[in-house]
Design a protein around this ligand. Sequence first.
Ligand code: NDP
Length: 481
Amino acid sequence: MQKLKNYINGQLAEPIAKSYIDNYSPANGKVYSLIPDSDEKDVELAYAAAAAAFKSWSVTPKETRSYYLLKIADLIEQKLDVLAAAESKDNGKPFKLAKRVDIPRAAANFRFYGTGILHFSAQSHAMENSAINYTLKQPVGVAACISPWNLPLYLFSWKIAPALAAGCTVVAKPSEVTPMTAFLLSEICIEAGLPPGVLNIVHGLGPKVGNAMVSHPNIPLISFTGGTATGKHIASIAAPMFKKLSLELGGKNPNIIFADCNYEDMLSTTLNSSFSNQGQICLCGSRIFVERPLYERFRNDFVAQTKRMKVGDPSKEDTRIGAIVSKGHFDKILSYIDLAKQEGGNVLCGGKSFNPGGELSEGYYIEPTIIEGLDFKCRTNQEEIFGPVVTITPFDTEEEALMMANSTTYGLASMVWTENLTRAHRMANAIHAGIVWINCWLLRDLRTPFGGVKASGVGREGGFEALDFFTEPKNVCVKLN
Ligand code: NDP
């Protein structure tokens, strides 16, 4: 059975303790590879390599850093099929989705920051005839990058690329649930000739490896994407150590549909924003609010089209809904469906697991599920489920829709469907969220600020915001006379 390795100081390395964790394929519930069960000793080795490499990488010309990032982007693109198949097998997502979105986007992240760094600049502030200030933006140091399992290489690279571009060196940990493409990335970095120690990837469990990274006294910044509870824990460790923190956390995103929307466009996009990646995208719209005159038509069409979505083998071309990422998460989603029923919800479709049979009969599949009749304040409508489960709720006025949309502790993304221009802007202005999509979903320009408010996170990724995060501004004031 394949044993993955850590990537430390430019080499593939076994964990010091020689201990491994089983890696499951969610499509069939079987162990198919082994992941290093690393600990703080491996993190220390990775840190030492990153700290040594920082001395030269932080002063390496940006053109050279750019060269390596672009080379990595090229290699990811060349290996598109291999990486997409690996992502699909590790995560359960349809191969087609990994090939169309996850892997191209990982390459785009490297390319974006490989070129972005060439345009990154700082300001100067002249004080008439007395002095001139200029700002240096210096790489902070060794960065800890920790990412989740839902978009494995895509989110891993979203952190690593700006960190490396800015001149930081990195100790990174992918989710232990989906380590495979991070391992393949280490092979790509070796092939690209990335200098040793610039990027180090340590595999293992969050409470062991992640915790050792976060609490390391000499790692001054942490870029984390994951659940809100983990983010809270990380903040409690990092804050007293005065570390720089970027936290991209959970969501419970509203999808607000007005009766005057472009109906066909809204319906097809809402199918995607509800169930893409089995609903396991932090940006999915899990609470759908529909203006009452449209409610019945929408419910009937949405349920009918959802029932037609093919659930099953992630490797098949026509599969829309693949496997849930892990048995633990599968159980959690089903428990939320039970909760929704206890709270008085009416399951309009789905609501149960699905068995594709044959070799996949031990896999973790859940039918796309639509629930109506729930109070907007109930737990099903307030807590993040992160699966193929949405609720639908009618509303009568714009104020009511807004009040329900803003009622959760989260504030990541939101969607508004209307052809009324002023209403669209009014809603965008009033929604508590870091991202508002009007008449669309998941249209992403990598230059835009990405992140959430309230319990959805602190800080922004994307564009120059990420390069700002990985650099420290230093003002230099020069007296002129
Ligand atoms: P987790 O918070 O469980 O894990 C995220 C990462 O943190 C994993 O690598 C995990 O390792 C690691 N980790 C766990 N415990 C610790 C710890 N004590 N110290 C340091 N690191 C730790 O999230 P999930 O992987 O379950 O991902 C799903 C969540 O991510 C959802 O809430 C989703 O909304 C959110 N998310 C947010 C996004 C955003 O941009 N705002 C984007 C995508 C997802 P391990 O897996 O080994 O436990």
